[in-house]
Design a binder for this molecule. Structure first.
Ligand code: HEM
Length: 376
């Protein structure tokens, strides 16, 4: 079982090989919270995250080692379970810097990254406010869902009275590989997802496209990244009635091997100019991989780290299922460019973006510091 260090140059949970399970939570800070209170919360969250990611209980005493006359410090459901590769990644939403009324109650507005704004409205967005936004976020990934849920539960408990859960999302079956050591998993459309993803081993590409540099504004975010979260509902009942050839045309890759329709095997670069017998390009003009490819987006890339979800069903008896898309990038513009180009994506007929959020993810934490300390 893996144990990843909590402290380091970057927060864990970004280039860490994507674990199998996710619990993601977005929080609103309480009206009464002030600057000292926020620092206190981040300090306690950091201490707790450092312990949890090592497979320890959230605090000394734990679930059963404390007094019989006080509630246990740890909720107990991870007792006996290993760390399971748990990583905990914190992010700061736009509302932390300036709230809806324009007030600057934490004294942070002058330090707000200029790009940290709610994402623009994209074509086809059907966003639900209750599944969008948030002042703070925590991404907990682990190979055991109980370990990820335990982390979010205990961190939410610590935040009691200071920040409350706004929305949260469970995910399974990672939809991206972030390391060349991993096999490519599949999304709920049945296609391999993550083939052309940025991989941790491609350090120059990660450096160029994922990490914020000291020379980027603002300097406090150096070593960090921007996290975009999109809850994308898949209309899978309709998708399942689409012919195989059409499904492959919409994606631009074969369903079995995941090879580009221009030929080759999974990791062959797509050839967008290659034409077939009819002189039409083998990869359709509106195919997802063409529109999402760096060559269609001024070279923009991103590290995708999403998960499948199935949250029961809706009142029409359709599965409430889809892709909880997560991506990390040096600038939100990379996501905005690709999502804008996906406006004419043929897959859109089977997709509905219902949740959206953006966070600045501070750089790594050194022992004795709290996450995001350089901001304060
Ligand atoms: C590639 C599916 C949403 C960006 C792919 C691939 C599949 C896929 C099957 C090909 C394999 C791979 O390289 O990973 C989906 C599905 C989506 C979705 C089912 C919605 C539920 C998005 C969104 C974005 C995005 C919202 C970003 C705005 C990309 C990128 C690539 C890609 C950048 C790699 C393109 C390349 O370099 O070849 N996607 N995707 N996808 N997707 Fe998506």
């Amino acid at each position: 079982a893996s144990v990843y260090p909590y402290f380091g140059a970057h927060q864990a949970g970004i280039v860490t090989p994507a674990q199998d399970r996710l619990h993601f939570a977005a929080f609103d800070v309480a009206d009464a919270l002030d600057r000292e209170g926020l620092i206190g919360l981040l300090t306690e969250w950091t201490d707790a995250a450092a312990r949890l990611s090592q497979g320890l209980e959230v605090a000394e005493g734990g679930a059963v080692g404390g007094s019989d006359y006080s509630p246990p410090t740890d909720t107990g459901e991870a007792l006996g379970l290993p760390a399971s590769g748990l990583t905990i990644t914190f992010g700061f939403g736009p509302g932390l810097f300036t709230d809806e009324s324009g007030a600057d109650r934490f004294g942070l507005s002058a330090r707000r990254p200029a790009m940290l704004e709610p994402l623009p409205r994209f074509q086809g967005d059907a966003l639900v406010p209750e599944m969008s936004g948030g002042d703070l976020c925590i991404q907990a990934c682990a190979d055991d869902p109980q370990v990820a849920v335990h982390a979010i539960r205990n961190l939410s408990r610590i935040a009691f009275g200071r920040a409350s859960l706004r929305w949260s999302q469970l995910g399974f079956g990672r939809t991206s590989s972030t390391s060349t050591t991993q096999a490519t998993p599949r999304n709920l459309f049945g296609f391999k997802d993550g083939t052309a993803n940025v991989k941790a081993e491609e350090t120059a590409i990660v450096d160029d496209h994922v990490w914020v540099h000291a020379s980027d504004e603002p300097a406090w975010l150096a070593g960090g990244s921007y996290l975009v979260a999109r809850r994308i509902r898949m209309i899978i009942e309709n998708w399942d009635r689409v012919q195989l050839g059409e499904q492959e045309m919409l994606v631009g890759r074969s369903k079995g091997e995941g090879a580009p329709l221009s030929g080759g095997t999974e990791f062959t670069e797509p050839d967008f100019d290659k034409t077939g017998a009819t002189d039409a390009p083998l990869i359709d003009a509106d195919a997802h991989v063409r529109l999402a490819h760096p060559t269609s987006n001024g070279g923009a890339r991103m590290l995708r780290r999403g998960y499948n979800f199935v949250d029961g069903n809706d009142s029409l008896g359709r599965l409430d299922a889809g892709l909880f898309f997560l991506s990390f990038q040096r600038s939100p513009q990379q996501f905005i460019d690709v999502q804008t180009s996906l406006a004419r994506d043929g897959l859109n007929e089977y997709l509905k973006h219902v949740g959206s959020a953006i966070f600045a993810v501070p750089g790594g934490v050194a022992e004795g510091e709290f996450v995001g300390q350089a901001l304060f």
